[in-house]
Design a protein around this ligand. Structure first.
Ligand SMILES: [Cu+2]
Length: 493
């Protein structure tokens, strides 16, 4: 397959972010925050997602060629219900293979939409997904090996919510698009004509691709109108590699109520929110005093360890050298005419999952490798680098681990050179420690991505099977790392 190359060289040519207080900010229109349409996915037939190519205007007066699910860019928000089977047909109207991966869903390997479940051009696949896991904010995206980064970047991603009728939602904002607002946050780079730029070779693949503009639900610099009360934002970091540290420009505090895979036991107060690629967070923000605020993020630099990957060898990208600058994400304005259903912060979150992993019977180690000899050298000289886990690059003909159904394990994950968001398919896990420090479950909830700076330990169990024909994946969710081989596959039986 001919790989597209939009951008030659390093990202340094596009390293002037939309930074507040800097002169070189390009003028952007501030439009209303687009909200993806809600698709209720029940057991009845007729729910259809089609991968299509479309055109989308990020910058006024320009059009970008993009991808989407049943719409020009990104996809509808799917709402599934616990205890039900979601029936959903996925059709591929593109001229290259895709998959439909349900990120965070506890479904068997054959329904997981991993890289071995390709949907060829012109084909469609019916999915019957039995939903039995905590209510929460999940997502879906294409996952073909070597092409995930570009396909997700161009738009094959969407949000997926699980509701649970047995969990009282009355205490929490739950009016989609009014006080319960999805925010799909992605960084983007543009050509002079307003088209999307992307590159996944060489040093860009080593660092992970980063754009200099922040899109929310496909819009740059949008404005959200919210009611005068408590507002729930469901934030998904669907960026290929960028890490965010979100906060409000007036430094107001807010409460995190959920992480990747379900509610916390109680709202956790925060001033800042660290969100690595593929992580989700639900936050409650109080707008009852009517004052406006902007959601911003620190411009987190790519952190490479060791002198060799410092400035010189990194191709002089200014983003690696400087953490200065604040990225504008979303302006929030209060509209008195909108109904505020919830005014008071709940003290506890009824129906929050209670971890019940039991005693671990085994430990496994996963070392995320940037240092793969000649493979890394290829990356430095402009080719696709050869990254790996435990010394081996992803091979779809090799099963890397064999697990037993229902057995709890501790996985020890370690990173070299830089920090990586490690994702595991097919289940949710509990983070036990990061960098040797114990992690408080009340501040993370259940997860399916863990941020690995140096080391992390997770407690994990699989209750669904995965065969060697359609195994589960574990991988770095920096999509250029995943596409370059920082992925492994395993069976559960
Ligand atoms: Cu990585």
């Amino acid at each position: 397959m001919k790989r597209r190359r939009f951008l030659i060289g390093t990202i340094s040519a596009f390293a002037a972010p939309a930074v507040v207080g800097r002169a070189q900010v390009r003028t952007l229109s501030s439009g209303k925050l687009p909200i993806p349409p809600l698709m209720e996915v029940g057991e009845e037939a007729g729910n259809q997602l089609a991968a299509i190519e479309g055109s989308h205007s990020f910058i006024a007066g320009t059009e970008a060629r993009v991808l989407g699910w049943s719409q020009d860019h990104l996809g509808p928000t799917l709402r599934l219900r616990r205890g039900q089977t979601a029936r959903l047909t996925v059709e591929n109207r593109l001229n290259e293979p895709i998959t439909a991966h349900w990120h965070g869903l506890h479904v068997p390997g054959r329904k997981d939409g991993g890289p071995l479940s390709l949907i060829a051009p012109g084909r469609e696949v019916e999915n019957l997904l039995d939903i039995d896991q905590p209510a929460g904010t999940y997502w879906y995206h294409s996952h073909p090996h070597g092409r995930t980064g570009e396909q997700v970047y161009r738009g094959l991603a969407g949000m997926l919510l699980i509701d649970d009728d047995n969990v009282s939602a009355g205490d929490l904002p739950h009016n989609y698009c009014v006080d319960d607002i999805p925010l799909i946050v992605q960084d983007r780079a543009f050509s002079g004509s307003g088209g999307l730029q992307y590159d996944d070779d060489g040093m860009t693949a080593m660092q992970g691709f980063r754009g200099d503009q922040i899109a929310v639900n496909g819009a740059l610099n949008p404005v959200a109108k919210v009611p005068k009360g408590l507002v729930r934002f469901r934030i998904l970091n669907a960026s290929n590699s960028r890490v965010y540290v979100f906060r409000f420009d007036d430094d107001r505090s807010f409460h995190q109520i959920a992480g990747d895979a379900g509610l916390f036991p109680a709202p956790a107060p925060r001033n800042k929110l660290h969100l690595a690629p593929a992580e989700r967070a639900e936050i409650l923000v109080d707008f009852s005093n009517g004052s406006i605020a902007s959601l911003v993020s620190e411009n987190v630099p790519v952190q490479m360890m060791g002198g060799m990957m410092g400035g010189g060898m990194m191709g002089g990208s200014s983003e690696t050298a400087s953490a200065e600058g604040i990225l504008q994400v979303l302006r929030v304005e209060v509209d008195d005419s909108l109904p505020a259903a919830v005014a008071k912060l709940p003290q506890t979150l009824g129906g929050a999952p209670i971890p019940d992993f039991g005693e671990p019977v085994r430990r496994r180690k996963f070392q995320l490798n940037m240092m793969m000899g000649m493979g890394m050298m290829r990356g430095m000289f402009g080719g696709r680098p050869n990254l790996g886990i435990n010394g081996e690059s992803y091979d779809m003909d090799r099963i890397d681990q064999e697990l037993r159904l229902g057995e709890t394990e501790i996985w020890e994950i370690s990173a070299d050179m830089m920090a990586h968001p490690f994702h595991v398919h097919g289940t949710s896990f509990q983070v036990l420690s990061q960098n040797g420090q114990p992690v408080d479950y009340a501040k993370t909830g259940l997860k399916d991505v863990v941020w690995v700076e140096n080391t992390a330990e997770i407690l994990i169990r699989f209750d669904r099977p995965a065969t060697k024909e359609t195994p589960y994946m574990y991988h770095c969710h920096i999509l250029e790392h995943e596409d370059s081989g920082m992925m492994g596959q395993f069976t559960v039986g």
